[in-house]
Design a protein. Sequence first.
Length: 152
Amino acid sequence: MKILVTGKKDSGKSTFLYNVCKKCKCSGAICLPVFENGIKIGSDVINLLNGKREVFARVKEKALFSGITTDRYVINQEGMNHAIKAIEEGIRSDTILIIDEVGSLEMRGKGYYKILEKAIQHNNVVMVVRKSILKKFLKKFPGNYFILELRH
């Protein structure tokens, strides 16, 4: 079973999946939003097998680290390594593998890209893919996916 959870930015994809994972035996990495005074300032990544949390990204003004930059965020290398390790552990486990989120970095061969091809071969994998890159993802990683679109 290969599932893609998709939707527009801030449609609740990760939060939805995190709530599902509370009811199932899941592994891998999920990124949850971090807010300050009601404003999203980034995300933290959680290893779903052991619950360990690491800073994944912060808006440029709040980042106290250097790393890969996007239009709005700085990606923490320690957070990226934490996520990749969680995905690797998930591949070896007999659980539902969660990858959150496959984004523009992966479409450019960065981020989770190297582990992604191996992870997609996992029997039970659920990936969060933003709607704006879904077509690129399907072209780069063809397969038989069930696509679940969230609308906010």
